[in-house]
Design a protein around this ligand. Structure first.
Ligand code: NZQ
Ligand code: ZN
Length: 387
Protein backbone atom coordinates (compact mmCIF):
# COMPACT_ATOMS: atom_id res chain seq x y z
CA UNK A 1 0.00 0.00 0.00
CA UNK A 2 1.21 3.54 -0.76
CA UNK A 3 1.68 6.24 1.87
CA UNK A 4 -1.30 8.57 2.03
CA UNK A 5 -2.79 11.62 3.66
CA UNK A 6 -6.54 11.54 4.16
CA UNK A 7 -8.50 14.59 5.24
CA UNK A 8 -12.23 15.01 4.93
CA UNK A 9 -13.85 17.66 7.09
CA UNK A 10 -17.38 17.36 5.64
CA UNK A 11 -19.98 16.93 8.37
CA UNK A 12 -22.81 14.70 7.14
CA UNK A 13 -26.37 15.03 8.42
CA UNK A 14 -28.14 11.93 7.16
CA UNK A 15 -31.76 10.79 7.23
CA UNK A 16 -35.42 11.74 7.09
CA UNK A 17 -36.26 15.41 7.66
CA UNK A 18 -32.61 16.44 8.07
CA UNK A 19 -33.05 19.16 5.41
CA UNK A 20 -35.21 21.03 7.91
CA UNK A 21 -32.05 21.62 9.97
CA UNK A 22 -30.42 23.65 7.20
CA UNK A 23 -31.18 27.09 8.63
CA UNK A 24 -29.65 26.44 12.03
CA UNK A 25 -26.61 24.72 10.49
CA UNK A 26 -25.94 27.56 8.03
CA UNK A 27 -26.37 30.14 10.79
CA UNK A 28 -23.21 28.75 12.45
CA UNK A 29 -21.24 30.06 9.46
CA UNK A 30 -23.01 33.06 7.96
CA UNK A 31 -25.88 35.53 8.19
CA UNK A 32 -26.13 36.00 4.43
CA UNK A 33 -25.59 33.38 1.73
CA UNK A 34 -25.85 32.55 -1.95
CA UNK A 35 -28.61 29.95 -2.46
CA UNK A 36 -27.62 28.03 -5.60
CA UNK A 37 -29.87 25.53 -7.37
CA UNK A 38 -30.73 23.92 -10.70
CA UNK A 39 -33.49 24.00 -13.24
CA UNK A 40 -36.62 23.78 -11.16
CA UNK A 41 -36.97 20.34 -9.55
CA UNK A 42 -36.49 21.85 -6.08
CA UNK A 43 -39.40 24.22 -6.68
CA UNK A 44 -41.83 21.59 -7.97
CA UNK A 45 -40.92 19.17 -5.15
CA UNK A 46 -41.53 21.77 -2.44
CA UNK A 47 -37.92 21.60 -1.22
CA UNK A 48 -37.21 25.21 -2.17
CA UNK A 49 -40.04 26.40 0.07
CA UNK A 50 -38.86 24.29 3.01
CA UNK A 51 -35.25 25.43 2.65
CA UNK A 52 -36.11 29.11 2.40
CA UNK A 53 -38.51 28.80 5.36
CA UNK A 54 -35.76 27.20 7.43
CA UNK A 55 -33.25 29.93 6.45
CA UNK A 56 -35.73 32.67 7.32
CA UNK A 57 -36.57 31.06 10.66
CA UNK A 58 -32.86 31.00 11.51
CA UNK A 59 -32.39 34.63 10.47
CA UNK A 60 -30.22 33.85 7.44
CA UNK A 61 -30.61 36.23 4.48
CA UNK A 62 -30.15 34.74 1.01
CA UNK A 63 -29.54 35.84 -2.55
CA UNK A 64 -30.69 33.32 -5.16
CA UNK A 65 -28.97 31.99 -8.24
CA UNK A 66 -30.87 29.16 -9.93
CA UNK A 67 -30.59 27.74 -13.42
CA UNK A 68 -27.62 25.37 -13.10
CA UNK A 69 -27.83 22.92 -16.00
CA UNK A 70 -26.58 19.33 -15.97
CA UNK A 71 -22.94 19.57 -17.13
CA UNK A 72 -22.74 22.94 -15.34
CA UNK A 73 -21.69 25.90 -17.46
CA UNK A 74 -18.86 28.34 -16.86
CA UNK A 75 -21.02 31.35 -17.80
CA UNK A 76 -23.28 30.81 -14.76
CA UNK A 77 -20.19 30.38 -12.58
CA UNK A 78 -19.01 33.84 -13.69
CA UNK A 79 -22.45 35.23 -12.88
CA UNK A 80 -22.30 33.68 -9.40
CA UNK A 81 -18.83 35.10 -8.72
CA UNK A 82 -20.02 38.58 -9.70
CA UNK A 83 -23.13 38.27 -7.57
CA UNK A 84 -21.21 37.14 -4.47
CA UNK A 85 -18.77 40.04 -4.84
CA UNK A 86 -21.56 42.59 -5.41
CA UNK A 87 -23.58 41.34 -2.45
CA UNK A 88 -20.59 40.70 -0.17
CA UNK A 89 -21.53 37.03 0.24
CA UNK A 90 -19.08 34.70 2.00
CA UNK A 91 -20.99 31.37 2.07
CA UNK A 92 -22.72 29.24 -0.60
CA UNK A 93 -25.52 26.72 -0.08
CA UNK A 94 -25.95 24.33 -3.03
CA UNK A 95 -29.31 22.54 -3.20
CA UNK A 96 -29.32 19.90 -5.92
CA UNK A 97 -27.09 17.32 -7.57
CA UNK A 98 -23.48 17.19 -8.63
CA UNK A 99 -23.96 19.91 -11.22
CA UNK A 100 -25.27 22.44 -8.69
CA UNK A 101 -22.64 21.49 -6.12
CA UNK A 102 -19.81 21.70 -8.67
CA UNK A 103 -21.04 25.08 -9.86
CA UNK A 104 -21.14 26.26 -6.22
CA UNK A 105 -17.58 25.03 -5.66
CA UNK A 106 -16.40 26.89 -8.78
CA UNK A 107 -18.05 30.11 -7.63
CA UNK A 108 -16.55 29.62 -4.16
CA UNK A 109 -13.05 29.36 -5.64
CA UNK A 110 -13.65 32.17 -8.12
CA UNK A 111 -14.64 34.69 -5.44
CA UNK A 112 -11.35 34.12 -3.62
CA UNK A 113 -9.19 33.97 -6.77
CA UNK A 114 -7.84 37.14 -8.36
CA UNK A 115 -7.65 35.77 -11.92
CA UNK A 116 -10.04 33.90 -14.24
CA UNK A 117 -11.47 30.85 -12.46
CA UNK A 118 -11.28 28.84 -15.73
CA UNK A 119 -7.46 29.03 -15.56
CA UNK A 120 -7.70 26.72 -12.53
CA UNK A 121 -9.66 24.11 -14.49
CA UNK A 122 -7.45 24.40 -17.56
CA UNK A 123 -4.40 23.72 -15.44
CA UNK A 124 -2.73 27.10 -15.96
CA UNK A 125 -3.13 28.37 -12.39
CA UNK A 126 -3.61 27.01 -8.88
CA UNK A 127 -5.35 28.03 -5.69
CA UNK A 128 -6.01 26.65 -2.24
CA UNK A 129 -8.69 29.11 -1.20
CA UNK A 130 -12.46 29.09 -1.49
CA UNK A 131 -15.56 30.33 0.28
CA UNK A 132 -17.17 27.65 2.44
CA UNK A 133 -19.79 25.59 0.59
CA UNK A 134 -22.58 23.45 2.10
CA UNK A 135 -24.98 21.16 0.28
CA UNK A 136 -28.41 19.59 0.38
CA UNK A 137 -28.12 16.62 -1.97
CA UNK A 138 -31.11 15.70 -4.16
CA UNK A 139 -29.56 12.94 -6.32
CA UNK A 140 -27.04 10.33 -5.25
CA UNK A 141 -24.55 10.11 -8.11
CA UNK A 142 -21.52 12.36 -8.49
CA UNK A 143 -20.43 12.20 -4.85
CA UNK A 144 -19.58 15.90 -4.97
CA UNK A 145 -21.32 16.37 -1.60
CA UNK A 146 -18.23 14.90 0.10
CA UNK A 147 -15.62 15.12 -2.63
CA UNK A 148 -12.67 17.40 -3.28
CA UNK A 149 -13.52 17.88 -6.96
CA UNK A 150 -15.59 20.12 -9.20
CA UNK A 151 -16.24 19.58 -12.92
CA UNK A 152 -17.23 22.51 -15.14
CA UNK A 153 -18.13 22.79 -18.84
CA UNK A 154 -16.72 25.73 -20.76
CA UNK A 155 -19.32 26.32 -23.46
CA UNK A 156 -17.05 28.59 -25.50
CA UNK A 157 -14.16 26.09 -25.82
CA UNK A 158 -16.22 22.87 -25.70
CA UNK A 159 -14.10 21.53 -22.83
CA UNK A 160 -15.27 19.89 -19.61
CA UNK A 161 -12.55 19.82 -16.96
CA UNK A 162 -12.08 19.09 -13.27
CA UNK A 163 -10.29 20.99 -10.53
CA UNK A 164 -10.18 20.75 -6.78
CA UNK A 165 -8.49 19.97 -3.53
CA UNK A 166 -9.40 19.29 0.08
CA UNK A 167 -10.09 23.00 0.53
CA UNK A 168 -13.32 22.77 -1.49
CA UNK A 169 -14.84 19.82 0.34
CA UNK A 170 -18.21 21.05 1.65
CA UNK A 171 -18.28 22.10 5.30
CA UNK A 172 -21.50 20.12 5.72
CA UNK A 173 -23.80 18.07 3.53
CA UNK A 174 -27.39 17.14 4.24
CA UNK A 175 -28.39 13.74 2.84
CA UNK A 176 -32.09 13.05 3.19
CA UNK A 177 -33.02 9.97 1.11
CA UNK A 178 -36.67 11.13 0.96
CA UNK A 179 -35.56 13.97 -1.33
CA UNK A 180 -34.81 11.37 -4.03
CA UNK A 181 -38.44 10.23 -4.35
CA UNK A 182 -39.11 12.73 -7.14
CA UNK A 183 -36.21 11.55 -9.33
CA UNK A 184 -37.02 10.09 -12.75
CA UNK A 185 -35.88 6.44 -13.02
CA UNK A 186 -33.38 7.38 -15.72
CA UNK A 187 -31.63 9.86 -13.40
CA UNK A 188 -31.51 7.22 -10.66
CA UNK A 189 -29.89 4.82 -13.14
CA UNK A 190 -27.36 7.45 -14.26
CA UNK A 191 -26.45 8.03 -10.62
CA UNK A 192 -25.99 4.32 -10.02
CA UNK A 193 -23.72 4.03 -13.06
CA UNK A 194 -21.63 7.00 -11.85
CA UNK A 195 -21.13 5.63 -8.35
CA UNK A 196 -20.16 2.19 -9.67
CA UNK A 197 -17.67 3.98 -11.94
CA UNK A 198 -16.22 5.86 -8.95
CA UNK A 199 -15.58 2.54 -7.25
CA UNK A 200 -14.06 1.03 -10.40
CA UNK A 201 -11.75 4.00 -11.04
CA UNK A 202 -10.19 3.15 -7.69
CA UNK A 203 -10.42 -0.61 -8.05
CA UNK A 204 -8.36 -0.88 -11.25
CA UNK A 205 -4.97 -0.04 -9.84
CA UNK A 206 -1.33 -0.99 -10.24
CA UNK A 207 -0.75 -0.74 -6.49
CA UNK A 208 -0.12 -4.22 -5.07
CA UNK A 209 -1.40 -5.55 -1.73
CA UNK A 210 -4.46 -3.37 -1.26
CA UNK A 211 -6.74 -6.18 -0.19
CA UNK A 212 -8.61 -4.14 2.41
CA UNK A 213 -9.79 -1.41 0.00
CA UNK A 214 -10.23 -3.99 -2.82
CA UNK A 215 -12.77 -5.81 -0.72
CA UNK A 216 -14.62 -2.69 0.46
CA UNK A 217 -14.85 -1.51 -3.13
CA UNK A 218 -16.18 -4.92 -4.23
CA UNK A 219 -18.72 -4.91 -1.41
CA UNK A 220 -19.79 -1.37 -2.30
CA UNK A 221 -20.43 -2.27 -5.94
CA UNK A 222 -22.25 -5.47 -4.94
CA UNK A 223 -24.51 -3.52 -2.60
CA UNK A 224 -25.31 -0.95 -5.30
CA UNK A 225 -26.08 -3.75 -7.78
CA UNK A 226 -28.35 -5.38 -5.20
CA UNK A 227 -30.19 -2.18 -4.31
CA UNK A 228 -30.76 -0.41 -7.64
CA UNK A 229 -33.37 -2.94 -8.90
CA UNK A 230 -35.36 -2.38 -5.69
CA UNK A 231 -35.64 1.27 -6.69
CA UNK A 232 -36.71 0.36 -10.22
CA UNK A 233 -39.64 -1.47 -8.61
CA UNK A 234 -40.45 1.27 -6.13
CA UNK A 235 -38.93 4.73 -6.35
CA UNK A 236 -40.30 5.54 -2.87
CA UNK A 237 -38.34 2.77 -1.12
CA UNK A 238 -36.77 4.73 1.74
CA UNK A 239 -34.36 2.04 2.87
CA UNK A 240 -33.12 1.42 -0.65
CA UNK A 241 -32.48 5.14 -1.13
CA UNK A 242 -30.65 5.23 2.22
CA UNK A 243 -28.24 2.57 1.05
CA UNK A 244 -27.75 4.05 -2.42
CA UNK A 245 -27.29 7.56 -1.06
CA UNK A 246 -24.66 6.56 1.49
CA UNK A 247 -22.89 4.32 -1.03
CA UNK A 248 -22.69 7.24 -3.46
CA UNK A 249 -20.89 9.37 -0.89
CA UNK A 250 -18.68 6.58 0.43
CA UNK A 251 -17.29 5.51 -2.95
CA UNK A 252 -16.22 9.07 -3.76
CA UNK A 253 -15.23 10.72 -0.48
CA UNK A 254 -11.66 9.49 -1.03
CA UNK A 255 -11.47 6.91 1.73
CA UNK A 256 -11.67 3.92 -0.62
CA UNK A 257 -8.81 5.26 -2.71
CA UNK A 258 -6.49 5.74 0.24
CA UNK A 259 -3.11 4.09 -0.32
CA UNK A 260 -3.76 3.05 -3.91
CA UNK A 261 -3.14 4.61 -7.30
CA UNK A 262 -6.44 5.49 -8.97
CA UNK A 263 -7.14 5.36 -12.70
CA UNK A 264 -9.71 8.00 -13.89
CA UNK A 265 -9.06 7.39 -17.61
CA UNK A 266 -12.69 6.44 -18.26
CA UNK A 267 -13.86 9.64 -16.57
CA UNK A 268 -11.58 11.78 -18.72
CA UNK A 269 -12.81 10.00 -21.84
CA UNK A 270 -16.45 10.36 -20.74
CA UNK A 271 -16.18 14.05 -19.83
CA UNK A 272 -15.36 14.83 -23.45
CA UNK A 273 -18.48 12.92 -24.54
CA UNK A 274 -20.77 14.89 -22.24
CA UNK A 275 -19.00 18.11 -23.25
CA UNK A 276 -19.71 17.53 -26.95
CA UNK A 277 -23.08 15.75 -26.84
CA UNK A 278 -24.46 17.08 -23.53
CA UNK A 279 -25.44 13.58 -22.38
CA UNK A 280 -25.77 12.60 -18.71
CA UNK A 281 -22.39 11.71 -17.16
CA UNK A 282 -23.67 8.35 -15.86
CA UNK A 283 -25.01 7.39 -19.30
CA UNK A 284 -21.64 8.20 -20.84
CA UNK A 285 -19.90 6.03 -18.25
CA UNK A 286 -22.14 2.98 -18.81
CA UNK A 287 -20.86 3.10 -22.41
CA UNK A 288 -17.22 4.07 -21.92
CA UNK A 289 -16.28 1.91 -18.92
CA UNK A 290 -16.99 -1.47 -20.57
CA UNK A 291 -15.12 -0.32 -23.70
CA UNK A 292 -12.15 0.80 -21.58
CA UNK A 293 -12.15 -2.57 -19.81
CA UNK A 294 -12.07 -4.46 -23.09
CA UNK A 295 -9.17 -2.31 -24.25
CA UNK A 296 -6.91 -2.60 -21.19
CA UNK A 297 -7.60 -5.98 -19.53
CA UNK A 298 -4.90 -7.86 -21.46
CA UNK A 299 -2.01 -6.61 -19.31
CA UNK A 300 -3.97 -6.92 -16.05
CA UNK A 301 -5.58 -10.32 -16.26
CA UNK A 302 -5.44 -11.18 -12.55
CA UNK A 303 -7.16 -7.98 -11.45
CA UNK A 304 -9.91 -8.28 -14.06
CA UNK A 305 -10.49 -11.96 -13.24
CA UNK A 306 -10.77 -11.04 -9.55
CA UNK A 307 -13.29 -8.33 -10.44
CA UNK A 308 -15.42 -10.65 -12.58
CA UNK A 309 -15.45 -13.38 -9.95
CA UNK A 310 -15.92 -11.34 -6.79
CA UNK A 311 -18.28 -8.67 -8.09
CA UNK A 312 -20.22 -10.42 -10.85
CA UNK A 313 -20.06 -13.98 -9.45
CA UNK A 314 -18.50 -15.41 -12.59
CA UNK A 315 -17.23 -18.88 -11.70
CA UNK A 316 -14.04 -20.63 -12.69
CA UNK A 317 -15.69 -23.12 -14.99
CA UNK A 318 -14.84 -21.17 -18.11
CA UNK A 319 -12.06 -22.37 -20.34
CA UNK A 320 -9.75 -19.35 -20.00
CA UNK A 321 -9.09 -16.28 -17.85
CA UNK A 322 -10.14 -14.15 -20.79
CA UNK A 323 -13.54 -15.85 -20.90
CA UNK A 324 -14.03 -15.03 -17.20
CA UNK A 325 -13.15 -11.38 -17.77
CA UNK A 326 -15.42 -11.01 -20.81
CA UNK A 327 -18.29 -12.69 -18.98
CA UNK A 328 -17.84 -10.17 -16.13
CA UNK A 329 -18.02 -7.28 -18.59
CA UNK A 330 -21.05 -8.85 -20.26
CA UNK A 331 -22.86 -9.13 -16.91
CA UNK A 332 -22.00 -5.54 -16.10
CA UNK A 333 -23.46 -4.37 -19.41
CA UNK A 334 -26.56 -6.50 -18.86
CA UNK A 335 -26.99 -4.84 -15.46
CA UNK A 336 -26.70 -1.33 -16.96
CA UNK A 337 -29.17 -2.28 -19.72
CA UNK A 338 -31.64 -3.61 -17.13
CA UNK A 339 -31.65 -0.11 -15.60
CA UNK A 340 -32.42 1.46 -18.98
CA UNK A 341 -28.91 2.78 -19.55
CA UNK A 342 -27.12 2.77 -22.90
CA UNK A 343 -24.01 0.59 -23.32
CA UNK A 344 -23.12 1.62 -26.88
CA UNK A 345 -22.72 5.07 -28.44
CA UNK A 346 -24.92 4.02 -31.34
CA UNK A 347 -27.84 3.75 -28.90
CA UNK A 348 -27.52 7.53 -28.47
CA UNK A 349 -27.14 8.04 -32.25
CA UNK A 350 -23.51 9.07 -31.80
CA UNK A 351 -21.25 8.10 -34.69
CA UNK A 352 -17.53 8.44 -35.46
CA UNK A 353 -17.74 12.04 -36.71
CA UNK A 354 -16.13 13.72 -33.69
CA UNK A 355 -13.94 10.90 -32.38
CA UNK A 356 -10.68 12.31 -33.74
CA UNK A 357 -11.27 15.78 -32.28
CA UNK A 358 -12.44 14.32 -28.96
CA UNK A 359 -9.46 11.99 -28.59
CA UNK A 360 -7.15 14.92 -29.26
CA UNK A 361 -8.85 17.04 -26.63
CA UNK A 362 -8.88 14.26 -24.01
CA UNK A 363 -5.11 13.89 -24.34
CA UNK A 364 -4.29 17.56 -24.92
CA UNK A 365 -2.50 17.75 -21.57
CA UNK A 366 -0.83 14.35 -21.89
CA UNK A 367 -1.88 10.72 -21.52
CA UNK A 368 -4.91 9.88 -19.34
CA UNK A 369 -5.40 6.96 -16.92
CA UNK A 370 -2.92 5.27 -14.62
CA UNK A 371 -3.56 1.53 -14.92
CA UNK A 372 -2.58 2.04 -18.53
CA UNK A 373 -1.47 5.49 -19.67
CA UNK A 374 -3.59 6.18 -22.73
CA UNK A 375 -2.51 8.41 -25.61
CA UNK A 376 -4.61 9.86 -28.42
CA UNK A 377 -4.69 6.65 -30.49
CA UNK A 378 -5.71 4.58 -27.45
CA UNK A 379 -8.57 6.94 -26.66
CA UNK A 380 -9.66 6.87 -30.29
CA UNK A 381 -9.67 3.06 -30.17
CA UNK A 382 -11.81 3.12 -27.01
CA UNK A 383 -14.38 5.44 -28.62
CA UNK A 384 -14.49 3.02 -31.58
CA UNK A 385 -14.92 0.01 -29.28
CA UNK A 386 -17.84 1.87 -27.67
CA UNK A 387 -19.73 2.24 -30.96
O1 NZQ B 1 -31.88 20.94 -12.45
P1 NZQ B 1 -32.98 20.23 -11.78
O2 NZQ B 1 -34.32 20.72 -12.15
O3 NZQ B 1 -32.79 20.15 -10.28
O4 NZQ B 1 -32.96 18.70 -12.35
C1 NZQ B 1 -31.87 17.81 -12.12
C2 NZQ B 1 -31.09 17.52 -13.39
O5 NZQ B 1 -31.90 17.69 -14.54
C3 NZQ B 1 -32.45 16.46 -11.78
N1 NZQ B 1 -32.69 16.27 -10.35
C4 NZQ B 1 -31.79 16.33 -9.35
N2 NZQ B 1 -32.38 16.01 -8.19
C5 NZQ B 1 -33.69 15.76 -8.47
C6 NZQ B 1 -33.89 15.94 -9.85
N3 NZQ B 1 -35.10 15.75 -10.43
C7 NZQ B 1 -36.12 15.40 -9.64
N4 NZQ B 1 -35.98 15.18 -8.31
C8 NZQ B 1 -34.79 15.34 -7.69
N5 NZQ B 1 -34.66 15.08 -6.37
O6 NZQ B 1 -31.44 15.53 -12.17
C9 NZQ B 1 -30.77 16.05 -13.30
C10 NZQ B 1 -29.27 15.75 -13.16
O7 NZQ B 1 -28.70 16.52 -12.12
P2 NZQ B 1 -27.11 16.64 -12.03
O8 NZQ B 1 -26.81 17.51 -10.86
O9 NZQ B 1 -26.55 17.04 -13.34
O10 NZQ B 1 -26.69 15.13 -11.75
P3 NZQ B 1 -25.43 14.50 -11.06
O11 NZQ B 1 -25.53 14.59 -9.59
O12 NZQ B 1 -25.26 13.19 -11.69
O13 NZQ B 1 -24.20 15.45 -11.47
C11 NZQ B 1 -23.54 15.29 -12.68
C12 NZQ B 1 -22.36 16.23 -12.79
O14 NZQ B 1 -21.38 15.93 -11.78
C13 NZQ B 1 -20.09 15.79 -12.41
C14 NZQ B 1 -20.46 15.22 -13.74
O15 NZQ B 1 -19.42 15.33 -14.67
C15 NZQ B 1 -21.68 16.05 -14.13
O16 NZQ B 1 -21.29 17.30 -14.68
N6 NZQ B 1 -19.20 15.00 -11.55
C16 NZQ B 1 -18.72 15.59 -10.44
C17 NZQ B 1 -17.84 14.95 -9.60
C18 NZQ B 1 -17.32 15.62 -8.38
N7 NZQ B 1 -17.54 16.90 -8.22
O17 NZQ B 1 -16.65 15.02 -7.53
C19 NZQ B 1 -17.35 13.61 -9.89
C20 NZQ B 1 -18.15 12.88 -10.91
O18 NZQ B 1 -17.34 11.89 -11.49
C21 NZQ B 1 -18.72 13.72 -11.99
O19 NZQ B 1 -17.78 13.94 -13.02
ZN1 ZN C 1 -18.31 10.32 -12.12
Amino acid sequence: MDNFKYYNPTKVLFGADTHLLVGEEVKKYADKILLHFGGGSIKSSGLYQQVTDSLKAAGVAYVELGGVQPNPRLSLVYEGIKLCKQENIRFILAVGGGSVIDSAKAIAMGVEFSGDVWDLYSGDKETDRALPVATILTIPAAGSECSSGSVISNESTGEKLAYGGDFIRPVFSILNPELCYTLPKYQMACGVSDMIAHAMERYFTNTPDVDYTDRILEASIRSIIHTAPLLLKNMQNYDAWCNIMWAGSMVHNGILGAGREEDWGSHDIEHQLSAVYDIAHGAGLSIIFPAWMRYVYGEHVNRFVQFAMRVWDVDLSFESPEAIILEGIRRMEAFFSSLGLPVRLSQLDIDETNFGMMAKRVTARGPVGRLEQLGEQDVLAIYRLAL
